[in-house]
Design a protein around this ligand. Structure first.
Ligand code: F6R
Length: 600
């Protein structure tokens, strides 16, 4: 969701900014723009739609070594060239990009900008006008920028250019992610390290309510009061090749195929020489000490949290509640005496989850983040982090991050049980190895899922996924995958629930995909399939070896009953992928969606 890049060095800024924006495309956006400082002052290029369209309007002859760029995911005002960033002050002296939401922009407009003609419908534009306004108070640009930022309520990652100074980029951050990258005679700004790996792998994290003055040779971090802060850089442990598609037509397919590798990677990262699970001692202690676990997450990560609840309760005998982040604060349950909050987030930047984390920390509760991005906001602000080691996930639809989250939750459950002296008959390392092999078998049978997608989903307007117990949670995920990338109306239901209302929607030919991977519910889910088939549905049963029947459409290799979601989701991911492909959808960049949802 919205991405920012900035460059100040000695090379062609416009090309580096465009390449940086291309690396941020995966986050989701609907318009883009760059501003560069040339001999003739600031040059602005904006376009609605893809970066490819922006490239076409950028003047290739502009010589420039300093600039900023932005991909916008519309919040205030529809996607358009006018609403695209960068935005400029009335005199065009200042040019600015912004990621986040300024909650008090209406009141700031009323109070300070009565006579100013605003060009766009964005909340962002007021920031750049305020900087220009405060310059009239004979402040330095830096002081005007700091004063402006101190008035803003909400979230921002922002970068500012001054037409009268081609040697500086001003940067500010609150709640939205932003990094400064360090090179030799060159420095960069990026929402995400991936965007600027082309220039450097050394980055400095910014904290909330900090500004940075970035020149070619220096990076000065300050508080909004102007106090200088020193912070050591870190090396981004990312391989630029991880973010290339290679021979794959889509990132999503590549990431589905990477799942066996991810599970093996997790096994090796969390295993000691004796084949035992190793977690940090303070995480173990926090899990042991907690009288109740609260899992907070959104979307696909929430679905992993539902599976995590079952795993922790079954193995470690500890009560767990899983909550949707955006609802938690309104529907906050009576929290137990000694809770532990677990935040699950691929990006580590989801604003809804962060909103809960900030609240939880205020109350003095302990928090653990399970994330794919260890330096992310949720990771930094929680007490503990468990890294999912899935490698960058670029496709908007999450696949490998989801299975990685469930693998980590299984290890956490096992380790907690062991640490609490609970006996169990489950070797997670061995069982996860079996899972990885089963995943490979599934990934090798893509034609079967392509065929199911073609047969069931090419023309339908809806689809139901039904399952019981853990299969139900996977059905929620399967339905989410299908709707987000193929735009087919899809719903996941508990098998027994359909007849309490939704079965009214079943008509001749309605596709119903049923999962049957658990012995204790095998007969009842098959009963549910019969109920819908009797009303005209076109059922597709995906079952597990040992529980299967001849008429089942696909049989998954058997894995331990605790871990079935890690494998049963793969057919659903692949069916969604091929359904989207058959319908001509943009698989990796579905409409209206963003990878990193940094607004509430
Ligand atoms: C769906 C998807 C989203 C995310 C959700 C939370 O494929 O990716 O539902 O799971 O936006 O994002 P994270 O996990 O980054 O907090």
């Amino acid at each position: 969701m919205c991405g920012i890049v900035g460059y100040i060095g000695n090379n062609d800024a416009k090309e580096i900014l465009l390449r940086g924006l291309e690396k941020l495309e995966y986050r989701g956006y609907d318009s883009a723009g760059i501003a560069v400082i040339s001999e003739n002052g600031v040059q602005l290029f904006k376009e609605k739609g893809r970066i490819a369209s922006l490239r076409e309007v950028v003047d290739p002859n502009v010589e420039c070594t300093c600039g900023i760029g932005h991909t916008r995911w519309a919040t205030h005002g529809p996607p358009s060239k006018t609403n695209a960033h960068p935005h400029q002050s009335s005199s065009a002296r200042f040019t600015l990009v912004h990621n986040g939401v300024i909650e008090n922009y209406e009141s700031l407009k009323r109070e300070y900008l009565q006579g100013v003609q605003l060009v766009s419908e964005t909340d962002t534009e007021i920031i750049v006008h305020l900087v220009e306004l405060f310059m009239k108070e004979e402040l330095s640009v830096e002081a005007a920028f700091r004063k402006t930022l101190s008035l803003l309520k909400g979230s921002y990652a922002t970068a500012l250019l001054d037409n009268e100074d081609s040697d500086r980029i001003y940067v500010g951050k609150n709640k939205s992610p932003l990094l400064v990258g360090l090179g030799d005679g060159v420095n960069v700004v990026a929402s995400d390290a991936l965007a600027m790996l082309q220039v450097t792998d050394r980055f400095v994290e910014l904290m909330d309510e900090e500004i940075v003055i970035v020149t070619r040779d220096s990076v000065t971090i300050k508080t909004l009061d102007g106090i200088v802060i020193h912070r050591e850089p870190y090396i981004a442990e990312l391989d630029a090749s991880d973010i290339e598609k290679g021979t794959y037509p889509h990132y999503m397919l590549k990431e589905i195929d990477e799942q066996p590798l991810v599970v093996r990677n997790i096994i090796s990262k969390y295993q000691d020489d004796n084949g035992n699970v190793v977690l940090e001692e303070d995480i173990r202690e926090a899990m042991k000490a907690a009288d109740r676990i609260y899992i907070i997450a959104a979307g696909t990560s929430y679905h992993a949290g539902l599976v995590g609840k079952q795993l922790i309760e079954k193995l470690a005998n500890k009560p767990v509640e899983t909550h949707i982040a955006s609802e938690f604060l309104y529907n906050m349950p009576l929290v137990s005496e000694n809770p532990l909050f677990i935040f699950i987030s691929q990006s580590g930047e989801t604003a809804d989850s962060r909103g809960v984390l900030v609240n939880v920390k205020k109350k003095g509760y302990k928090a653990l983040t399970i994330t794919n991005v260890p330096g992310s906001t949720l990771s930094r602000e929680a007490d503990y982090t468990l890294h999912t080691f899935a490698g960058p996930e670029i496709a908007v639809a999450s696949t490998k991050a989801y299975t990685a989250q469930m693998a980590i939750l299984a290890l956490l459950a096992v380790d907690t049980a062991k640490n609490s002296g609970i006996e169990f008959d489950f070797d997670p390392i061995q069982e996860l190895s079996i899972v990885a092999t089963a995943m490979e078998t599934l990934c090798d049978q893509k034609e079967a899922f392509e065929k199911i997608a073609r047969e069931y989903l090419t023309v339908t307007r809806n689809c139901f996924f039904i399952g019981r117990s853990a299969d139900y949670y996977v059905c929620l995920e399967g339905a989410l995958k299908l709707k987000e990338i193929s735009y087919i109306q899809a719903e996941g239901f508990a098998g027994g629930e359909l007849k309490h209302g939704t079965i009214a929607l079943i008509e001749e030919g309605t596709p119903v995909i049923a999962l049957a991977t658990h012995e204790h519910v095998n007969l009842s889910i098959r009963g549910n399939v019969k109920e819908v088939a009797a009303r005209g549905a076109y059922p597709c049963i995906i079952s597990m070896e040992g529980l299967h029947e001849e008429s089942d459409r696909f049989v998954i290799p058997a894995v331990h009953e605790y871990l079935t979601p890690l494998v049963s989701v793969i057919p659903l991911q692949l069916i969604a992928y091929y359904a989207a492909l058959h319908r001509g959808c943009d698989v990796d960049k579905p409409r209206n969606l963003a990878k990193s949802v940094t607004v509430e």
